[in-house]
Design a protein around this ligand. Structure first.
Ligand SMILES: Nc1ncnc2c1ncn2[C@@H]1O[C@H](COP(=O)(O)OP(=O)(O)OP(=O)(O)O)[C@@H](O)[C@H]1O
Ligand SMILES: [Mg+2]
Length: 232
């Protein structure tokens, strides 16, 4: 579904991502793990068309999307939930969800029902300003908004960031549920243990390079990963 080949990303003269290659097959959960500044968010931004590569290819369904506009990429079903959620404050939960569906033709009510089944709390908060939601609720809103556009490939940037353990558990269960209903997932996480537990495959990034890859189970058992990411 997605094949990233020798992707390099620059901010001015700084090379944040250095010839990174990875792939996501249809039906998989793939995770990118790595420390702060490793280049995870930069990679997701480039997949969404928000950051143009200085080198390499991003093949989505076999087509190079590296130079396409974000609008075109979203319309093709590659949808990102950005780091830090970015819900639109001053707008209600319902308005935020509707925005996620603005590219989709046809009625929204069945899709909204689907979102409410997955996130009952959003139904309770429907007419509340999104700025008044808790951090975990905002994460759910951001995910719900992305699901409104019926993604084929869902990119999640640190969905568990800043959440309490119980909420983290819930968010990961929801990710698995979304995946089980047919959406392919590329997950970026600092919570390496949780991410590796649900991932089919994973890549470890260090200072802009892939240093290790394998199945989730292989990386959970890897001494390098244990030492650097799982607290010994
Ligand atoms: N707009 C920017 N201008 C200059 N440098 C940037 C910019 N955005 C990111 N960088 C640099 O690129 C590198 C990778 O950043 P990125 O945000 O992709 O890392 P990350 O793996 O997502 O980190 P984190 O886990 O903290 O979110 C970092 O060194 C960062 O300082
Ligand atoms: Mg990041």
């Amino acid at each position: 579904m997605l094949a990233v080949k020798e992707l390099s990303l620059h901010y001015g003269v700084i090379e944040a991502v250095k010839k990174v290659s990875f792939q996501v097959n249809q039906g998989e959960i793939v995770t990118l793990i790595g420390a702060n500044g490793a280049g995870k968010t930069s990679i997701l931004k480039s997949l969404s068309g928000l950051l143009k590569p200085s080198h390499g290819e991003i093949l989505y369904h076999g087509k190079n999307v590296a130079k396409l506009s974000p609008q075109k990429i979203v319309a093709d079903g590659l949808i990102q939930v950005p780091e830090g959620r970015h819900v639109f404050s001053g707008m209600t939960v319902k308005e935020n969800l509707s925005l996620g569906a603005f590219l989709q033709k046809g009625e929204q009510s069945s899709r909204l029902d689907n979102i409410f089944q997955r996130f009952p709390i959003l139904k309770e908060r429907l007419n509340q300003d999104s700025a008044t939601l808790s951090g975990g609720e905002q994460q759910m809103l951001a995910m719900g908004r992305a699901l409104m556009s019926q993604p084929q490939l869902l990119l999640l940037d640190e969905p568990s960031m800043g959440l309490a353990p119980l909420f983290i558990k819930e968010i990961f269960a929801i990710i698995q549920d979304i995946h089980a209903s047919g959406t392919t997932v590329l997950l970026v996480e600092q919570n390496a243990k949780k991410a590796l537990e649900i991932a089919d495959r994973a890549y470890v990034l260090e200072t802009g390079k892939v240093i290790l890859s394998g199945t989730g189970a292989e990386l959970l058992a890897s001494p390098v990963v244990k030492k650097a990411y799982l607290g010994g």
